[in-house]
Design a protein around this ligand. Structure first.
Ligand code: ARG
Length: 250
């Protein structure tokens, strides 16, 4: 019995050692692929194109990271509110999903330096019947958001609001189109992308929330975080970042 317990202890120790190194750069290289988690209904950061591929600004950054590691990129699509749990469980190496750096999230994951600035936008139907200029005007209305996003957080603070939470922004906009909700609240750049695609919608207001996006790695994974920050620096100083902005935002 004692021998067995001793053996079990060794096995558990070895397992935990191998798990804690699971996302080191060497492990990723050995595996030959970088696992990047995202939620792809967020154009132009990540969305599914005509060829059924996930593309976008974030995906290009993910590709640069994989290229610099000399590995393939695997995009792992998940609901937005499942990304952090997946990272914590080691199912993905990092999250690149237009994710806002918040104090709450920074308690459980580590964020890279910020790579984009954002505010929230209110999207409505273009018929001119309801054009809220402020968040408070959403009181008493039915508003769609993506579950677990900062948009969800800001509208959930409004008293008397009826918040409908979706996993996909595409579903939130379907509800807006069908008249089942009065507005959708989401980050400005994706709001613009949806309005461009569906001329029946318009942005009635942009709410200054002063958000910045970061790439998230597992808490304590300094090696990977340094690598991500270094890559962001290189992309910026080489002009590659500016080219990506041009490619996806102009
Ligand atoms: N920036 C917002 C947040 O962090 C929304 C991000 C949604 N991203 C996505 N890929 N669906 O909560």
């Amino acid at each position: 019995m004692k021998k067995f317990l001793g053996l079990m202890l060794v096995v558990v120790l070895l397992l935990s050692i191998s798990l804690s190194f699971a996302q080191s750069l060497t492990e990723i290289k050995k595996r030959g692929k970088l696992l990047v988690g995202t939620e792809p209904t967020f154009p132009p950061f990540e969305f599914v194109d005509e060829k059924n591929q996930v593309v976008g600004f974030d995906v290009d950054i993910a590709n640069e990271l994989a290229k610099r590691l000399g590995v393939k990129l695997e995009i792992v699509n998940l609901p937005f509110d499942s990304l952090i749990p997946a990272l914590q469980q080691g199912k993905i190496d990092m999250i690149i999903a237009g994710m806002t750096i918040t104090a709450e999230r920074a308690k459980v994951v580590d964020f890279s330096k910020s790579y984009f600035e954002a505010n929230q936008a209110i999207v409505v139907r273009k018929d001119g019947k309801f054009e809220p200029k402020k968040l408070e005007e959403l009181a008493g209305k039915k508003v769609a958001v993506q579950l677990g996003t900062t948009g969800d957080l800001v509208v959930s603070d409004i008293s008397g609001i009826n918040v409908v939470r979706f996993q996909k922004f595409t579903d939130a906009f379907l509800e807006l189109q069908n008249g089942r909700v009065d507005a959708v609240v989401l980050d400005e750049a994706p709001a613009k992308a949806y309005v461009k695609k569906f001329p029946k919608f318009s942005i009635s207001a942009v709410v200054d929330t002063g958000e910045t996006y970061g790439i998230a790695v597992k808490k304590g994974n300094k090696e990977l975080l340094n690598f991500v920050n270094q890559t962001l620096d290189i992309l910026k100083s080489s002009g590659a970042y500016g080219k990506l902005i041009q490619k996806w935002f102009e």
